[in-house]
Design a protein around this ligand. Structure first.
Ligand code: AMP
Length: 579
């Protein structure tokens, strides 16, 4: 447990209990994100809520913390399911239930994830043991409701998470059916990245006098916009350390600050970077003033390469100019992004802001782009080959400089004596190889996988009943046009992203199948992203769906276990297209 409990104090002013605050302090959270600051007091007061917030804004804690607290405080109905979170996909069911579990660890609250494709028996056993909170995909929740293994009459707090995605997947009717099984007096909240009229209609049906919460801040006034080269790389969490190494290698920043969300991340990243040969200093709110001053003295004396900091710790930092600001984590609010990158590009100097965003955070990236009125170029990570080329280029430039400086003295004699035995070009190449080895940081340059998900389009209109055809090309459809931009370039994953295998499903129009049913089953229950799917054709007695070959077996296996409109269906590779 951290000795500096007071640093998560921002949370206690929202009405959270000391036990939850202690957990947040342990997690390294320093202050609430904007959506948390708004939603938590309202939810604790029992209000229904309509919240516009996308992944990356801290929305999970915004609903999970008050849900946990309300269930702890109101013991009536204990042992029954009193909290329900509906989410669109299996992946999200796992993520959200892990998050709830993490936030509830100082309490007696139990959470169970319910999603398709995993053992029904195990889920039933967990439900029987008593799950206070269920985090479920609509399909699996209905399945349990029909079997009588999930009862919702004791539900006090209900969350519809990523509601727009659930509607996109055709879950509207399922949601209505599930909510009809909950008690009338429950608190209902809806979180959605967008609020189109379909969402407002759902809100009208199921929420009672909801308070609205939005994180869409004020647009940055013209003239206050940062003048900075802004680049984002889409990388999975697990690959962030390697991605940062690569970026630092390529950018070679003169002075940089790397922002993380939590103090735990700050400490661990500083440690990793130091192990990789950088001089990195950590700075966060859990440190004593004396320690912070020492860090800042080392930074000012240019004894460090990199400062790793949380937003809170960096506030009010007196550093005149930085060549680079790196967002190791995307900030939860557009305003923080503007603050962060405002630390570079000052006084007419050139600045670079680099952001590592996770695949699911691309909507937040677009929100930031809209509010700052500046393009953030979505770029592909430099490959190992790029890195090598860049290192060679740098080496060549140093050699040129040294050659121009001349004055080689006895070094010429060394070369001269070797030249009796070896080719002069080979001698020079060997010298370069030695020089290169001396500057090597010792990292093993492995290719970094580009996430399967491609950047979302800004608008999701038209995606309701039919998925976008094709899966995009390469890793970026960002707006940039510079040499690093992925647009137009063939990303490393290139054409293999195109759905290549046609699946036959033994049910069609006659069985009432719509494209949304197929998308819902494949994405919601099996966890494949909608954008990985290609064309869908619904015939009278069967349907065809194009999917990427590498996912075909997983989808077939998943669909064999799942049901479509309550029926088991035949699914296999389409024979016609296999010739
Ligand atoms: P979410 O938008 O719920 O997916 O959360 C995005 C990430 O932010 C997760 O990794 C959370 O652990 C983290 N997070 C949420 N709230 C805070 C906070 N107040 N301070 C720091 N990190 C947070």
């Amino acid at each position: 447990m951290s000795p500096h409990k007071s640093s998560a104090a921002g949370f206690s002013s929202l009405g959270l209990s000391p036990a939850l605050i202690a957990t947040l302090t342990d997690l390294g959270y320093e202050e609430p994100t904007p959506v948390q600051a708004e939603a938590i007091p309202l939810m604790l007061a029992g209000r229904d809520l309509l919240a516009q917030a996308s992944t990356g804004t801290g929305k999970t804690a915004a609903f999970a913390l008050p849900m946990i607290q309300r269930l702890v405080e109101d013991a009536a109905g204990r042992g029954r399911t009193r909290g329900l979170v509906l989410v669109p996909t299996r992946e999200l069911a796992m993520q959200v239930s892990e998050a709830v579990h993490k936030y509830a660890r100082g309490t007696t609250i139990h959470v169970v994830p319910l999603y398709g494709g995993s053992s029904m028996e195990q889920q039933i056993r967990s439900l029987k043991r008593g799950a206070d909170i269920a985090v479920a995909t609509p399909g699996r929740a209905l399945d349990h409701l029909r079997r009588g293994t999930l009862k919702l009459d004791a539900v006090k707090v209900l969350v519809l998470d990523e509601a727009d995605e659930m509607l996109d997947m055709g879950f509207a009717e399922d949601i209505d059916t599930i909510l009809a099984a909950t008690a009338g007096a429950r608190q209902a909240t809806l979180f959605s990245a967008t609020l189109p009229s379909r969402i407002l209609a759902i809100a009208k049906r199921h929420l009672s006098k909801p308070a609205s919460v939005t994180i869409a801040g004020e647009k940055t006034a013209a003239g206050k916009q940062p003048r900075v080269r802004q680049i984002a790389y889409i990388v999975r969490r697990a690959q962030k350390p390697a991605a940062l190494d690569r970026i630092l290698d390529i950018e070679n920043p003169a002075s940089a600050i790397v922002f993380c969300r939590t103090r735990i991340e700050v400490d661990s990243l500083a440690e990793t970077l130091n192990a990789h040969g950088y001089q990195a200093e950590a700075l966060h709110g859990g440190m004593q003033q004396r320690q912070r001053d020492a860090v800042m003295n080392r930074v000012r004396a240019a004894k460090t390469d990199l400062l790793i900091a949380t937003d809170v710790a960096a506030r009010g930092l007196d550093i005149s100019h930085l060549s680079h600001v790196i967002n190791y984590d995307l900030p939860a609010a557009p305003e923080s992004y503007v603050h962060r990158i405002g630390r570079t590009g000052r006084a007419g100097r050139e600045g670079t802001a680099i952001t590592l965003a996770e695949p699911r955070e691309q909507r937040l990236l677009r929100t930031i782009e809209q509010l700052t009125r500046q393009k953030i170029e979505v770029a592909t990570l430099p490959t190992v080959a790029d890195l090598k080329a860049r290192r060679l280029e740098a080496m060549k430039a140093s050699l040129q400089e040294r050659l121009v400086a001349g004055n080689f003295g006895e070094l010429r004699a060394v070369v001269d004596s070797l030249a009796t035995e070896f080719d002069v070009l080979d001698i020079a190449a060997a010298a370069v190889a030695l020089a290169q080895a001396a500057t090597d940081r010792g990292g093993d340059d492995q290719e970094i996988e580009i996430p399967r998900e491609v950047p979302r389009e800004m608008s999701r209109e038209g995606s309701r009943d039919a998925p976008r055809s094709g899966a995009g090309s390469g890793a970026g459809s960002g707006p940039g046009s510079g040499p690093r931009s992925a647009r137009g370039a063939k990303g490393p994953r290139g054409a293999s992203e195109e759905p290549g295998t046609r699946l036959f499903i033994g049910a069609g129009r006659r069985a009432g199948i719509r494209p949304a049913d197929l998308v819902g089953a494949i994405t919601g229950e099996i966890g494949v992203p909608a954008r990985a799917l290609g064309a869908i054709e619904i015939a009278e007695n069967f349907s065809l769906v194009d999917v990427p070959e590498e996912l075909a077996d997983e989808i077939i296996a998943g669909m064999k276990k799942a049901s479509l409109r309550g029926q088991k269906v035949i699914i296999r590779r389409d024979r016609e297209s296999r010739s």
